[in-house]
Design a protein around this ligand. Structure first.
Ligand code: GLA
Length: 681
């Protein structure tokens, strides 16, 4: 993991699209950026048609001027390759590089992301524009970071993809028998007798094959990664001292396994747009930030930097694996119905919430609001109203705040609690006809994270292969796919003294989405000391009373004890007296099993109890509900972030130097919606 060249302190800025504006605006932009203390901007993300107006004919003059102006203003540049948006001439010239949907429809030019990542013509054109940019700007003093592409995430089902998918399958399985076996080819006569018979999963008469769909998602992730790596290697060859990254987009539709990708980027960069306007926005922010930090850690361990004996001096920033909030919306939360204007102070709070959880700064989409185009009403640091606006004034004050916080960049977030995260389980649950339409991987993982967030714990996410032993508590929510190897690593963790809480629909199937028979959850039965005979998916209106006074919903199970002791039971109905929550001592550790969905408050209480028993303490027990407390620390120092998400003032009895004011305090008074960062003493 590496840090933008020539940048110290926290990054502040965002996407800057000067190609949308006349040149007279550019010096004003730089002047305003300086006023706001912007120090990093991403330039050229969607500028391909301006950079290469005709095949092989480049126009770099305007970009030369922009980069010079930025450099003169002391602003560093994350220079983007514009490959997420090929120009019209490209699509007309190479119709075979336009993507084909699962319904077999070839899309037309007219938006962004309209390309097939497996089309040789697209890949060649992407390499050429990347090399042209690298040659032109390799020595430009403003160049701090390469920003490859934008939000990799497109899928195509064309003939190029069919060829690439078969090659990927050959590499993964070796022979066709293994594919047939992994995909349960004997079901519905889907046994393949020749590689050429295998196609990307297109629209078909009835249900598709879940294992094929799962492998297709894995393939798309690897195929897009190969496209990224191709550009990265060309850029690295031209500028070995400039780090390379790409910005991740988050969402159920995204066919990218970000943990796996993180071994290939020099710093993890995420875009984050909460989808709720209430307190859910803050919970989603914490979730995304914890994920990004965990991907960075995973990448550092599995990637190039992680494979060396120790990080070369100066290569890794001191604050642990690098990640950066690359995009967020300055003044809007976009919901399906409306764009909600962020309340004054919320942009600052959301930004600090990311920094608290390890982001090396706060970046936005975008610098100046566009005056036309598909995202004309998206918010910006400089809104349509111009700099004489509340939004720009908050941007200026955020820049000043971040400048005062630069020392926190040395600190790492140390979580004692982890949640398992698995892109393949998510994809498999999307592809399979499940016993309940309410069974939703992302919702299950979010519920566990929300419970820990509300209990005051920062949480890491772990994926298969991560070290588990440093955690006091590991939570597996709906971890549908568990390989033999992963199951044995989880067993070793508990046997060595770890505490584990598994919720329903975990360990059900192997890595090919084939159910493990003999009683659920096949991969974890012995560890949990239980055997589940039957599922009882519940109508969303039903609540099952539990013996501790809480209720279960959405899901229940017939759980047989094979070593575990019951802790909470079902009351009444079909499952009367049977266990809902069980506890099993295993080796030196403890394994809990939760067979139903708890409401948020009892789930928080349960995880708080289990975490405490495991020896994990919340960050700041004195913080009131609604006040988020997160700590970054080094061996010698620590910084406590306090974010008041309530609409009332809150006082937190903690002492230290308030970095906003430089004054030592013995208690922090947070105004409604306000924040503080303390250097703790
Ligand atoms: C994404 C993209 C940006 C822009 C924003 C709008 O994050 O990367 O180009 O479209 O969404 O929210």
């Amino acid at each position: 993991m590496r840090w933008p060249k020539g940048l110290t302190g926290l990054c502040y800025g965002g996407d800057y699209n000067p190609e949308q504006w006349p040149a007279e605006v550019w010096p004003t932009d730089v002047e305003l950026m300086r006023r706001a203390r912007v120090n990093l901007v991403t330039v050229g993300v969607f500028a391909w048609s301006r950079l290469e107006p005709q095949p092989g004919r480049y126009d770099f003059d305007w970009l030369d001027r922009v980069l010079d102006l930025l450099h003169d203003g002391g602003i560093r540049v994350a220079l983007a390759t514009p490959t997420a948006s090929p120009p019209p001439w490209f699509s007309l010239r190479h119709p075979d590089a336009l993507p084909v949907t699962a319904d077999g429809v070839r899309l037309s030019h007219g938006s962004r992301d309209t390309y097939c990542a497996s089309a040789p013509a697209y890949r060649a054109a992407a390499r050429e524009i990347a090399v042209a940019l690298a040659e032109r700007y390799r020595d430009h003093p403003a160049l701090a970071l390469w920003h490859v592409h934008n939000e990799y995430g497109t899928t195509c089902h064309c003939e190029h993809v069919a060829v690439a998918f078969r090659a990927w399958l050959r590499a993964r399985y070796g022979d066709l028998d293994s594919v047939n076996d992994a995909w349960t080819g004997s079901f519905w006569s889907q046994h393949y007798s020749g590689w050429e018979q295998i196609r990307p999963p297109r629209a078909t008469q009835y249900l598709g094959n879940p294992s094929q769909l799962l492998d297709f998602r894995r393939f798309v992730s690897d195929e897009l990664l190969a496209a990224y790596v191709e550009q990265r290697d060309l850029l690295r060859a031209a500028t070995p001292d400039v780090p390379v990254t790409t910005n991740y987009v988050l969402g159920g539709w995204v066919p990218v396994d970000h943990a796996r990708w993180s071994a290939e980027v020099d710093l993890v960069a995420i875009d984050h747009y909460p989808a709720e306007i209430g307190p859910g926005a803050e919970e989603q922010t914490a979730f995304a930030a914890d994920l990004a930090r965990s991907w960075a850690r995973h990448g550092q361990r599995t990637g190039r930097a992680g494979r060396t004996a120790g990080p070369p001096e100066g290569r890794n920033p001191p604050g642990g694996p690098a990640w950066l909030l690359m995009e967020s919306a300055p003044n809007l939360i976009i919901t399906p119905d409306r764009m909600h204007a962020k309340e004054p102070g919320r942009m600052t709070r959301h930004s600090l919430a990311h920094v608290a959880r390890g982001s090396r700064g706060a970046m936005f989409f975008q610098w100046r609001a566009s005056r036309g185009g598909a995202e004309v009403f998206h918010s910006a640091l400089v809104p349509h109203a111009g700099p004489d606006s509340r939004a720009f004034r908050e941007a200026v004050s955020l820049g000043a705040l971040l400048a005062r916080l630069s020392e926190v960049d040395a600190g790492t977030v140390r979580a004692r609690v982890a949640i398992a995260w698995d892109a393949a389980s998510w994809w498999a649950l999307q592809a399979t006809v499940l016993p309940s339409a309410q069974l939703d991987y992302a919702a299950e993982v979010s519920a566990a994270h929300r419970a820990l967030y509300r209990a005051g714990h920062p949480t890491d996410f772990v994926t298969d292969g991560d070290d588990l032993f440093g955690y006091a508590l590991l939570v597996l929510p709906a971890l549908y796919l568990v390989s033999d190897r992963y199951a044995s690593r989880i067993r070793d963790y508990v046997a060595a003294g770890g505490h584990l809480l598994v919720s329903y629909f975990s360990g059900i199937a192997d890595e090919h989405a084939r159910v493990r028979v003999g009683g659920y959850p096949g991969a974890l039965r012995d560890l949990l000391g239980i055997r589940v005979e039957e599922f009882h998916p519940l109508d969303p209106t039903i609540r099952l009373p539990l013996s501790d006074g809480s209720t279960g919903r959405l899901w229940a199970e017939t759980v047989r004890l094979t070593g575990a002791t019951p802790s909470v039971g079902y009351l009444g109905g079909l499952l009367d007296g049977q266990p809902a929550l069980t506890r099993h001592g295993y080796g030196d550790g403890v394994a809990w099993y939760l067979s139903t969905r708890l409401d948020d408050d009892p789930y928080r209480d349960l995880l708080a109890r289990v975490a405490e028993a495991a020896g994990a303490a919340p960050t700041c027990p004195a913080a009131q509900a609604g006040v988020e407390a997160v700590r970054r620390c080094t061996a010698e120092a620590s910084w406590l972030f306090l974010l008041n998400h309530t609409d009332a003032p809150q006082t937190v009895p903690v002492s230290g130097v308030d970095l906003f004011t430089g004054v030592h305090v013995d208690r922090v008074v947070l105004p409604a919606g306000g924040c503080a960062v303390l250097r703790e003493t």
